[in-house]
Ligand binder design. Sequence first.
Ligand SMILES: Cc1ncc(COP(=O)(O)O)c(C=O)c1O
Length: 458
Amino acid sequence: MRGAGDLGVVFSRSVIDSCELRSLYSQSESFMSSSSCPSWPIEAIRQQFPGLSRQQDGRPVAIFDGPAGSQVPESVVQAISSYLRYCNCNRGAVFATAKESDRILTEAHRIVGDFLGTEDADCVIFGPNMTSLTLQLSRALGRTWKPGDEIVVTRLDHDANVSPWVLAARDAGVIVRHVDLHPEDWTLNLEDYRQKLSERTRLVAVGMASNATGTINPVKQMIAMAHEVSAFTFVDAVHYAPHGRLNVNDLNCDFLACSAYKFFGPHEGILYGRRSLLESIRPYKLRPSPDVLPGLWMTGTQSHEAIAGTAAAVEYIASLADLLPATSEPADTSRSGKLDRVFAELQKYEQQLSVQMLVGLQTVPGIRIHGIQDRARLSERVATFSWTFPDCTPREAATLLAEQGVYVWCGNHYALPFTETAGLEPGGTIRAGALHYNTPEEIQRLVTALRKMRGADC
Ligand SMILES: Cc1ncc(COP(=O)(O)O)c(C=O)c1O
């Protein structure tokens, strides 16, 4: 039998007979069921997520809206409710509940620091969401710019990593350069990026992975290029965070933001900044709030319960290491070591889901997939797929799927720079994203539902 590794070669042909597609898809299904990551503890994982047991019309729903917000394990729910139940308190008081609360919140900076790859817990800033934190930083950073300066944003980014910078640039009289995309697969055009960098560039803002197409951008390379012209770098890691290990030191970025509700936590934003920058750039703040990190950048009273839940989400991911088979080498049992190991295995599992999703979607009549489709390049994408049909709006298609218990998203996903560039407005795309808790059977359900919807003889 042909392995899934060969399937990309076959699918790169533009016209493929539908019988052949069907047979290839069934081969990809048997590939998934026979050899797919036997070491990935999928059952033990799914049992921890109450949301995954939801039923509709007597059968479980298949949830593919992780790119809009992931499901949450019971341990995160517990951490949030236990914070509210037992030590709900404001910061800095002298009594027991306040001390307990302060301990949990201080520890959360360290735990999330491990998630981001920094030992400097003070450089981990919490806030309401990535958008608000980015707007806050953009206002502070924008005050250091002068007319004639330039910044670089991309056409593949979520608007939360474009508009805050464009607004700050407008206020400071700064020129905004937009990195173009390769129209054949909507990846960033690095040559265009190179040409848009200059000694006038003050900031490069780029996403680590696109929430619309699933493309992983070469951010490490882009950061190095930005630093050659002494520009600061801001990385939007919101979409990438549930799919791969973050490491701000290895990336050498100046700032990075993500959101816990995309990586199995509650609605909470996270900003990392280099200490020297967080200390030297002055945020807008109230007089009585702290003048030192991390409080310097954390305006107003925070959602303490969400911070506790965010730390629990990181602990949940690290705990998956205990479910993996023992290795021949002694395992690194630190939280960071566990996160390294979990993400290495998680990526292998998700890549197999990607293969199955890609191969399956390509068998759906009339489908137009937007993004990388080459099987040999799956390491350049996460398992988030966007597509359209010529004669059915994304909303209509998503509604039909929802009626069958298959939950996908439709619209522009706030990745407006992309949907505008790709000519996908006003409807946007249909988007399905698989996370580490999704299964080959769920993907099969999605593909079968789509094939039926499109009149394929399933
Ligand atoms: C890639 C990306 N960046 C930024 C955001 C905005 O994050 P938040 O909802 O925390 O403001 C999102 C939200 O969907 C996203 O997917």
